[in-house]
Design a protein around this ligand. Structure first.
Ligand SMILES: Nc1ncnc2c1ncn2[C@@H]1O[C@H](COP(=O)(O)OP(=O)(O)O)[C@@H](O)[C@H]1O
Ligand SMILES: [Mg+2]
Length: 247
Protein backbone atom coordinates (compact mmCIF):
# COMPACT_ATOMS: atom_id res chain seq x y z
CA UNK A 1 0.00 0.00 0.00
CA UNK A 2 1.26 3.47 -0.93
CA UNK A 3 -0.02 6.42 1.03
CA UNK A 4 0.49 10.03 -0.04
CA UNK A 5 -0.52 12.55 2.59
CA UNK A 6 -0.94 16.33 2.62
CA UNK A 7 1.25 17.03 -0.39
CA UNK A 8 1.56 20.78 -0.94
CA UNK A 9 3.59 22.79 -3.42
CA UNK A 10 3.59 26.45 -4.45
CA UNK A 11 5.50 28.21 -7.20
CA UNK A 12 6.08 31.87 -6.39
CA UNK A 13 3.13 32.06 -4.03
CA UNK A 14 0.79 30.16 -6.38
CA UNK A 15 -0.52 26.86 -4.95
CA UNK A 16 0.01 24.14 -7.51
CA UNK A 17 -0.65 21.18 -5.17
CA UNK A 18 -3.13 21.95 -2.43
CA UNK A 19 -2.99 19.37 0.36
CA UNK A 20 -3.21 16.28 -1.84
CA UNK A 21 -3.81 12.91 -0.15
CA UNK A 22 -4.59 9.55 -1.71
CA UNK A 23 -3.75 5.88 -1.46
CA UNK A 24 -2.65 3.41 -4.10
CA UNK A 25 -3.08 -0.31 -3.59
CA UNK A 26 -0.51 -2.82 -4.76
CA UNK A 27 -1.13 -3.64 -8.41
CA UNK A 28 -3.50 -0.73 -8.85
CA UNK A 29 -3.33 1.55 -11.89
CA UNK A 30 -4.28 5.13 -11.10
CA UNK A 31 -4.91 7.58 -13.95
CA UNK A 32 -4.35 11.24 -13.18
CA UNK A 33 -6.51 13.43 -15.36
CA UNK A 34 -7.00 17.18 -15.59
CA UNK A 35 -6.51 20.28 -17.71
CA UNK A 36 -3.11 21.63 -18.60
CA UNK A 37 -1.65 23.40 -15.57
CA UNK A 38 -3.74 21.38 -13.08
CA UNK A 39 -0.57 20.15 -11.34
CA UNK A 40 -0.34 16.59 -12.71
CA UNK A 41 3.35 16.72 -13.63
CA UNK A 42 4.24 18.54 -10.44
CA UNK A 43 2.47 15.82 -8.45
CA UNK A 44 4.42 13.01 -10.13
CA UNK A 45 7.68 14.93 -9.90
CA UNK A 46 7.13 15.70 -6.22
CA UNK A 47 6.56 12.00 -5.50
CA UNK A 48 10.07 11.01 -6.54
CA UNK A 49 11.65 14.28 -5.46
CA UNK A 50 12.43 15.76 -8.87
CA UNK A 51 10.45 18.65 -7.41
CA UNK A 52 10.68 19.60 -3.74
CA UNK A 53 7.26 19.61 -2.12
CA UNK A 54 6.64 22.28 0.51
CA UNK A 55 5.13 19.66 2.75
CA UNK A 56 3.78 16.13 2.63
CA UNK A 57 4.57 12.54 3.44
CA UNK A 58 4.78 9.36 1.45
CA UNK A 59 4.85 5.83 2.71
CA UNK A 60 5.34 2.55 0.93
CA UNK A 61 4.92 -0.39 3.29
CA UNK A 62 7.33 0.38 6.14
CA UNK A 63 9.31 3.07 4.26
CA UNK A 64 8.08 6.52 5.23
CA UNK A 65 9.44 9.91 4.25
CA UNK A 66 8.52 13.47 5.02
CA UNK A 67 9.38 15.59 1.98
CA UNK A 68 10.52 18.51 4.13
CA UNK A 69 13.08 16.54 6.10
CA UNK A 70 14.00 13.72 3.71
CA UNK A 71 17.66 12.59 3.89
CA UNK A 72 19.90 12.12 0.85
CA UNK A 73 19.88 8.40 1.45
CA UNK A 74 16.07 8.31 1.54
CA UNK A 75 15.91 10.30 -1.72
CA UNK A 76 17.90 7.51 -3.40
CA UNK A 77 15.70 4.85 -1.85
CA UNK A 78 12.60 6.79 -2.90
CA UNK A 79 13.82 6.93 -6.51
CA UNK A 80 14.47 3.22 -6.51
CA UNK A 81 10.93 2.63 -5.35
CA UNK A 82 9.24 5.05 -7.75
CA UNK A 83 10.64 5.19 -11.26
CA UNK A 84 9.49 7.58 -13.89
CA UNK A 85 8.76 7.42 -17.62
CA UNK A 86 8.97 10.87 -19.20
CA UNK A 87 7.05 12.37 -22.09
CA UNK A 88 10.33 13.25 -23.84
CA UNK A 89 11.97 9.83 -23.16
CA UNK A 90 15.13 11.34 -21.57
CA UNK A 91 17.41 8.61 -22.91
CA UNK A 92 21.19 9.02 -23.02
CA UNK A 93 21.89 9.81 -26.68
CA UNK A 94 25.40 8.38 -26.61
CA UNK A 95 24.38 5.03 -25.19
CA UNK A 96 22.72 2.09 -26.88
CA UNK A 97 19.23 0.95 -25.91
CA UNK A 98 20.77 -1.85 -23.84
CA UNK A 99 23.17 0.50 -22.04
CA UNK A 100 20.34 2.94 -21.32
CA UNK A 101 18.42 0.16 -19.58
CA UNK A 102 21.54 -1.09 -17.76
CA UNK A 103 22.52 2.32 -16.40
CA UNK A 104 20.27 2.44 -13.34
CA UNK A 105 20.86 -1.22 -12.58
CA UNK A 106 24.60 -0.62 -12.37
CA UNK A 107 24.75 2.88 -10.90
CA UNK A 108 21.77 2.81 -8.56
CA UNK A 109 21.34 -0.89 -7.83
CA UNK A 110 25.11 -1.60 -8.03
CA UNK A 111 24.58 -4.82 -9.98
CA UNK A 112 27.46 -6.45 -11.86
CA UNK A 113 27.68 -5.92 -15.61
CA UNK A 114 26.52 -9.50 -16.18
CA UNK A 115 23.49 -9.20 -13.93
CA UNK A 116 22.55 -5.82 -15.38
CA UNK A 117 22.88 -7.14 -18.94
CA UNK A 118 20.67 -10.14 -18.21
CA UNK A 119 17.91 -8.02 -16.65
CA UNK A 120 18.13 -5.33 -19.34
CA UNK A 121 17.84 -7.91 -22.13
CA UNK A 122 14.83 -9.45 -20.45
CA UNK A 123 13.08 -6.07 -20.10
CA UNK A 124 13.87 -5.09 -23.70
CA UNK A 125 12.43 -8.42 -24.84
CA UNK A 126 9.21 -7.70 -22.94
CA UNK A 127 8.74 -4.45 -24.89
CA UNK A 128 9.62 -6.19 -28.17
CA UNK A 129 13.01 -4.57 -28.73
CA UNK A 130 15.47 -7.46 -28.64
CA UNK A 131 16.51 -6.69 -32.21
CA UNK A 132 17.12 -3.02 -31.37
CA UNK A 133 19.20 -3.45 -28.22
CA UNK A 134 22.45 -2.25 -29.80
CA UNK A 135 20.87 0.76 -31.53
CA UNK A 136 21.46 4.33 -30.40
CA UNK A 137 18.42 6.50 -29.65
CA UNK A 138 18.89 8.51 -32.87
CA UNK A 139 18.31 5.31 -34.83
CA UNK A 140 15.10 4.46 -33.01
CA UNK A 141 11.57 5.69 -33.70
CA UNK A 142 9.75 7.67 -31.02
CA UNK A 143 7.72 4.60 -30.10
CA UNK A 144 10.88 2.49 -29.80
CA UNK A 145 12.57 5.17 -27.69
CA UNK A 146 9.62 5.28 -25.34
CA UNK A 147 9.61 1.48 -25.06
CA UNK A 148 13.29 1.72 -24.07
CA UNK A 149 12.25 4.33 -21.48
CA UNK A 150 9.61 1.94 -20.19
CA UNK A 151 12.05 -1.00 -20.11
CA UNK A 152 14.55 1.15 -18.22
CA UNK A 153 11.97 2.10 -15.61
CA UNK A 154 10.61 -1.45 -15.26
CA UNK A 155 14.12 -2.93 -14.98
CA UNK A 156 14.39 -1.21 -11.60
CA UNK A 157 11.40 -3.28 -10.39
CA UNK A 158 9.82 -0.18 -8.89
CA UNK A 159 7.05 -0.36 -6.32
CA UNK A 160 5.32 2.32 -8.35
CA UNK A 161 5.83 3.27 -11.98
CA UNK A 162 5.14 6.95 -12.69
CA UNK A 163 4.23 7.80 -16.29
CA UNK A 164 3.83 11.42 -17.36
CA UNK A 165 1.96 11.55 -20.68
CA UNK A 166 4.09 8.73 -22.05
CA UNK A 167 2.56 8.83 -25.53
CA UNK A 168 1.85 12.52 -26.10
CA UNK A 169 5.15 13.22 -27.88
CA UNK A 170 4.55 10.37 -30.35
CA UNK A 171 3.19 10.33 -33.86
CA UNK A 172 -0.32 8.84 -33.69
CA UNK A 173 0.66 5.62 -35.47
CA UNK A 174 3.29 4.90 -32.77
CA UNK A 175 1.00 5.34 -29.76
CA UNK A 176 -0.45 1.82 -29.93
CA UNK A 177 2.85 -0.06 -29.53
CA UNK A 178 3.76 1.95 -26.41
CA UNK A 179 0.28 1.61 -24.92
CA UNK A 180 0.41 -2.15 -25.48
CA UNK A 181 3.69 -2.37 -23.56
CA UNK A 182 2.25 -0.28 -20.71
CA UNK A 183 -0.88 -2.44 -20.66
CA UNK A 184 1.28 -5.59 -20.50
CA UNK A 185 3.12 -4.22 -17.48
CA UNK A 186 -0.22 -3.32 -15.86
CA UNK A 187 -1.52 -6.84 -16.51
CA UNK A 188 1.53 -8.35 -14.87
CA UNK A 189 0.65 -6.45 -11.72
CA UNK A 190 2.83 -3.33 -11.94
CA UNK A 191 1.46 -0.55 -9.72
CA UNK A 192 1.25 2.69 -11.70
CA UNK A 193 0.29 6.32 -11.57
CA UNK A 194 -0.33 7.41 -15.15
CA UNK A 195 -0.95 10.92 -16.46
CA UNK A 196 -2.81 10.66 -19.74
CA UNK A 197 -5.34 12.43 -21.93
CA UNK A 198 -6.22 9.24 -23.76
CA UNK A 199 -9.57 8.23 -22.28
CA UNK A 200 -9.84 5.03 -24.32
CA UNK A 201 -6.50 3.89 -22.94
CA UNK A 202 -7.48 4.97 -19.43
CA UNK A 203 -10.66 2.89 -19.70
CA UNK A 204 -8.55 -0.05 -20.80
CA UNK A 205 -5.86 0.04 -18.09
CA UNK A 206 -6.88 2.18 -15.13
CA UNK A 207 -8.61 0.90 -12.01
CA UNK A 208 -9.27 4.38 -10.71
CA UNK A 209 -9.20 7.92 -12.05
CA UNK A 210 -8.28 10.97 -9.99
CA UNK A 211 -9.46 14.24 -11.48
CA UNK A 212 -7.13 17.08 -10.58
CA UNK A 213 -8.08 20.75 -10.88
CA UNK A 214 -5.93 23.63 -9.64
CA UNK A 215 -3.97 21.34 -7.39
CA UNK A 216 -6.98 19.64 -5.79
CA UNK A 217 -8.45 16.18 -6.32
CA UNK A 218 -11.98 17.22 -7.20
CA UNK A 219 -13.42 13.79 -7.88
CA UNK A 220 -12.30 10.17 -8.11
CA UNK A 221 -13.83 6.91 -9.21
CA UNK A 222 -13.64 4.15 -11.78
CA UNK A 223 -12.94 5.24 -15.36
CA UNK A 224 -16.60 4.63 -16.23
CA UNK A 225 -17.84 6.66 -13.27
CA UNK A 226 -15.66 9.66 -14.06
CA UNK A 227 -15.70 9.66 -17.83
CA UNK A 228 -19.36 8.74 -18.35
CA UNK A 229 -21.06 9.81 -15.11
CA UNK A 230 -19.09 12.70 -13.59
CA UNK A 231 -20.72 14.39 -10.60
CA UNK A 232 -18.80 17.60 -10.03
CA UNK A 233 -19.29 20.63 -12.28
CA UNK A 234 -15.62 20.93 -13.22
CA UNK A 235 -15.35 17.21 -13.97
CA UNK A 236 -18.50 17.36 -16.12
CA UNK A 237 -17.15 20.36 -18.03
CA UNK A 238 -13.78 18.68 -18.58
CA UNK A 239 -15.19 15.42 -19.93
CA UNK A 240 -17.93 16.97 -22.07
CA UNK A 241 -15.30 19.19 -23.62
CA UNK A 242 -13.07 16.17 -24.13
CA UNK A 243 -15.88 14.23 -25.82
CA UNK A 244 -16.69 17.16 -28.11
CA UNK A 245 -13.09 17.26 -29.27
CA UNK A 246 -12.13 13.61 -29.50
CA UNK A 247 -15.10 11.30 -29.84
N1 LIG B 1 9.36 24.88 -12.27
C1 LIG B 1 8.26 25.66 -12.24
N2 LIG B 1 8.34 26.97 -11.91
C2 LIG B 1 7.24 27.75 -11.85
N3 LIG B 1 5.99 27.32 -12.11
C3 LIG B 1 5.84 26.03 -12.46
C4 LIG B 1 6.96 25.13 -12.54
N4 LIG B 1 6.51 23.91 -12.91
C5 LIG B 1 5.17 24.03 -13.05
N5 LIG B 1 4.77 25.30 -12.78
C6 LIG B 1 3.39 25.79 -12.81
O1 LIG B 1 2.62 24.94 -11.97
C7 LIG B 1 1.34 24.71 -12.54
C8 LIG B 1 1.11 23.23 -12.71
O2 LIG B 1 2.01 22.75 -13.71
P1 LIG B 1 2.09 21.22 -14.12
O3 LIG B 1 2.26 20.41 -12.90
O4 LIG B 1 3.14 21.13 -15.17
O5 LIG B 1 0.64 20.97 -14.72
P2 LIG B 1 0.11 19.81 -15.68
O6 LIG B 1 1.16 18.75 -15.76
O7 LIG B 1 -1.16 19.35 -15.06
O8 LIG B 1 -0.14 20.44 -17.00
C9 LIG B 1 1.29 25.50 -13.83
O9 LIG B 1 0.66 26.74 -13.57
C10 LIG B 1 2.75 25.68 -14.18
O10 LIG B 1 2.94 26.86 -14.91
MG1 LIG C 1 2.19 17.92 -17.33
Amino acid sequence: MITISHLTKSFSGQKVLDDISFEVKKGEVIALVGSSGAGKSTLLRALNYLETADSGQLSIDDFTVDFQTISKEDILTLRRKLSMVFQQFNLFGRRTALDNVKEGLKVVKKLSDEEATAIAKEELAKVGLTDRQNHYPRHLSGGQKQRVGLARALAMKPDVLLLDEPTSALDPELVGEVERSIANAAESGQTMILVSHDMAFIQQVADRVLFLDKGNIIEQGTPDELINHPKEERTKAFFSNYKRNFV
